[in-house]
Ligand binder design. Structure first.
Ligand SMILES: Nc1ncnc2c1ncn2[C@@H]1O[C@H](COP(=O)(O)OP(=O)(O)OP(=O)(O)O)[C@@H](O)[C@H]1O
Ligand SMILES: [Mg+2]
Length: 203
């Protein structure tokens, strides 16, 4: 199947964009969703996380303390690498399984670190960047969540720069406008991806 890999920095609008593709009937596999499943109560990755990071990243009730873990990994590149070694192979494996089970002209695979990890190149035929200026992304994420500006800036610093992303992708969706502009851009891309999927399938 033709798979479009969707990426973008924190708060760029990946979820907003993938929701719109889903509304058009495009199946979406989201690696953030898989990561959350792996780390939810009973999640497959929890024993390895406890082994690597200890009890300080778990609440008294035994659930993963996401804020505590995030603070550790964005302050310490070695800790981040440890967490990635635990999560990324599992996420990639499950994403591949979910894509293989789909029956559709094309599907969307949402991977925040698609470009940074390079681990999804064999799963995606095309890449789409949700692009939005960093200042706007920080404001949008602060409005959306409990993350502080410095939390967000630490995450931004761990990701690629916008110019690096732009140079690496096939397509770019400019999400500096409002939600209506976003609808129109997604609809146009959907038409294009249906054509590309058809061509790739030799139809
Ligand atoms: N075009 C837009 N106009 C106004 N607000 C927007 C627009 N696109 C997204 N937003 C808002 O900005 C915030 C970030 O968007 P979204 O959650 O889709 O980004 P994301 O890339 O999925 O972020 P993350 O990296 O944290 O998963 C959300 O609150 C969303 O509603
Ligand atoms: Mg998101």
């Amino acid at each position: 199947m033709f798979v479009v890999g969707l990426t973008g920095g924190i708060g760029a609008g990946k979820s907003a964009v993938s929701e719109r593709f889903a509304r058009l009937g495009v199946p979406v596999v989201d690696t953030d969703v898989i990561a959350r499943e792996l780390t939810a109560p009973g999640g497959e990755a929890l024993p390895s996380i406890r082994e690597a990071f200890g009890g300080s990243v778990f609440t008294q009730a035994g659930e993963l303390d996401r804020a505590a873990l995030r603070r550790q990994v964005f302050a310490d590149p070695a800790a981040r690498a440890r967490l990635e070694t635990i999560l990324h192979p599992r996420i990639r494996h499950i994403a591949g399984q979910r894509l293989a089970a789909l029956d559709a002209p094309y599907a969307l695979l949402v991977v925040p670190l698609l470009l940074e990890t390079g681990a999804y190149a064999d799963l995606v035929q095309r890449t789409l960047l949700v692009d939005c200026p960093e200042t706007m992304r920080v404001e949008r994420v602060m409005a959306r969540s409990a993350l502080t500006r410095s939390d967000i800036e630490a995450i931004v610093a761990a990701q690629w720069r916008d110019d690096e992303r732009r140079a690496a992708v096939d397509d770019r969706l400019d999400n500096a406008g409002g939600m209506e502009a976003l609808d129109a851009a997604v609809t146009a891309l959907h038409t294009r991806y249906l054509e590309l999927a058809r061509a790739a399938a030799g139809l």
